[in-house]
Design a protein around this ligand. Structure first.
Ligand code: FBP
Length: 552
């Protein structure tokens, strides 16, 4: 393997554990808290999880380790999109497992949840693990988006577990994967398999958080990476003074990533999907809001600026979601073939016009042609529009341009409007984890093994008090059922972990709201610079503004 100087140096980094886990395995004991209840729909969740519901929250503390000695064979999978720090979860799990008993075994199932079904795995050893310490990516075993959710899959997993003598499975994933971890834990308990299931909270999107889980791992590094790039662009914009930059950032649904980047970089505009939905804003109203800022800045001679657009924005615009729903319907089943066979865009446009309602067509008509075509070309395997592929940064740039031309014609606007577009997503998902993510992830993995060793199942590895130095972090576990409620999914009532959207009365949004009018018109850019790995803790160990505001 070719190693960069930073990679070599990062191998030497010792991730910081919470103080209570630092005294060695022999001195970690459990303090049980009170029994838990699900956040809503208690009776229904209890009925669905008779073996794993209502268990106690637990915290680890310094004291005589009283866990039963038993050989552990643990399987681990990475599930869903990459997030910086995933390798350290595996390393922390491995180190705790080997420190407890060197005969314990850690198997990594490859390519995500499907690895557990197809029985594709490797057994980790020191030499292999050491190549991945403190590095980004999920390439240690790969990841995938197969969902482990059906009874049939659980039966196969039980067989695979039996074959290897697995005592536990650790699932590193987002809200869906951890929901499925809870269902698998219940299945394993109900069938007396003796296999425990523990989850770890992952996603750069930051939407797996609640009163127990303060942050999902990867959010810190990904947002720092995007903020560095946005800050660089702001400085370029402020130097050249000739472009408005429209920057889309990842976040499939919630706008936490966009909001954090805005708090870090103070751009002129940042759209927040949750606010757009709450105010039922139309595309035209959003474009007007941006055009107002462009116009005010132009009046001061500032024909440049930066606008952050969250990836999931269009789904929050009610009229746009209604349009998408109609398009999905219009092309359902065989109608896609019929549509694709039409000889020209004009013929296709005619087909669309006949098929859509008047309201949907009115929205369709205001979209730039490139976006219109995208809506019909980029489809997922179920034939649905792939909303995350819509180039919303271009959509809004184009719509704002049209608005400004109208204003120019009326004589109210006299500026220049040159645009550049960017999409920051994959750039941040495999970055070297920040010190925060390196420490947090290692702690989550280490802690996950302690939960296994103490016999818990259906728990999420929980490390909290994260806005404080690692020494003061609190390690423990929370029954996943505590975070669940019933939601409608694909026409059925399902028990799920509630996805955390941006709270409009939360401190991070309130701070943004209190400052954004000034940021829109003045040039208040801040330049966070690159993630720092070495140097004073006040620079290197800082976590997100979101966490600082929420917990500060
Ligand atoms: P997870 O929810 O699995 O953590 O993935 C999040 C994410 O990075 C989103 O921000 C983005 O929309 C999506 O994954 C992209 O997925 P893919 O890697 O399949 O293109």
């Amino acid at each position: 393997m070719n190693l960069s100087p930073l990679q070599k140096a990062r191998y030497e980094y010792s991730p910081k554990l919470p103080g209570m886990l630092r005294n060695g395995i022999a001195e970690i004991c459990v303090k049980e808290g009170s029994e838990t209840q699900s956040v809503a729909d208690q009776d229904k969740i209890k009925a669905l999880f008779p073996n794993t519901y209502g268990k106690k929250e637990i915290t680890f503390q310094k004291g005589q380790n009283t866990s039963a000695a038993k050989k552990q064979v643990v399987g681990v999978i990475l599930s869903g999109g990459q997030a910086p720090g995933g390798h350290n979860v595996v390393c922390g799990l491995y180190d705790a497992l080997k420190a407890t008993d060197k005969n314990n075994v850690l198997l990594g199932f490859k390519g995500g949840p499907s690895g557990l079904i197809d029985d594709k795995y490797i057994e980790f050893d020191d030499a292999f693990i050491d190549q991945y310490r403190n590095t980004g990516g999920f390439d240690i075993i790969g990841s995938g988006r197969t969902k482990l959710e059906t009874e049939e899959q659980f039966k196969i997993v039980t067989e695979v577990a039996k074959k290897h003598g697995l005592t536990a499975v650790v699932i590193i994933g987002g809200d869906d994967s951890n929901t499925n971890a809870a269902v698998l834990a219940e299945y394993m308990a109900a069938h007396n398999t003796g296999v425990q299931v523990i989850g770890c909270p992952k996603t750069i999107d930051g939407d797996l958080k609640n009163e127990d889980i303060e942050a999902s791992f990867g959010f810190d590094t990904a947002t720092k990476t995007y903020s560095e790039l946005i800050g660089n662009i702001e400085r370029d914009a402020n130097s050249a003074k000739k472009y408005w930059h429209f920057i889309k950032v990842m976040g499939r649904s919630a706008s936490h990533v966009a909001l954090e980047c805005a708090l870090e970089t103070q751009p002129n505009i940042c759209l927040i999907g949750e606010e757009v939905a709450a105010k039922k804003m139309s595309l035209s109203q959003i474009a007007d809001q941006i055009a107002d800022a462009v116009e005010k800045r132009a009046a001061q001679g500032n024909n440049f600026g930066v606008a952050i657009i969250p990836e999931g924005i269009v789904e929050f615009v009610p009229e746009f979601s209604a349009l998408i729903a109609e398009i999905n319907e219009l092309l359902a089943g065989k109608k896609t073939e019929e549509f694709n066979a039409l000889p020209s865009w004009e013929a296709k446009y005619d087909f669309i016009k006949k098929g859509l309602s008047k309201e949907a067509m009115a929205v369709f008509e205001i979209l730039p042609q490139g976006i219109q075509q995208q809506l019909f070309l980029e489809r997922d395997p179920h034939g649905n529009v792939q909303v995350s592929l819509i180039e919303s940064e271009k959509l809004f740039a184009e719509m704002v341009k049209n608005k400004l031309e109208e204003r120019k014609a009326k004589g109210t606007y006299k500026g220049k409007f040159g645009t550049q577009h960017h999409f920051f997503g994959y750039e941040g998902r495999c970055a070297f984890p920040s010190n925060f993510d390196a420490d947090y992830c290692y702690s989550l993995g280490y802690n996950a093994f302690m939960l296994i060793q103490y016999g818990y199942t259906g728990y999420l590895s929980k490390v909290s008090n994260l806005s404080k130095p690692a020494e003061e972090w609190v390690a423990g576990g929370m029954p996943i059922t505590k975070m669940m409620n019933i939601e409608r999914r694909n026409g059925e009532d399902k028990p799920v972990i509630r996805k955390a959207l941006v709270e409009l009365d939360g401190k991070p949004f309130k701070y943004f709201e209190a400052n954004r009018d000034k940021w829109a018109v003045e040039t208040c850019f801040t330049y966070p610079g690159a993630i720092q790995y070495y140097g004073p803790a006040s620079v290197c160990d800082l976590t997100t503004r979101t966490l600082a505001l929420e917990k500060g």
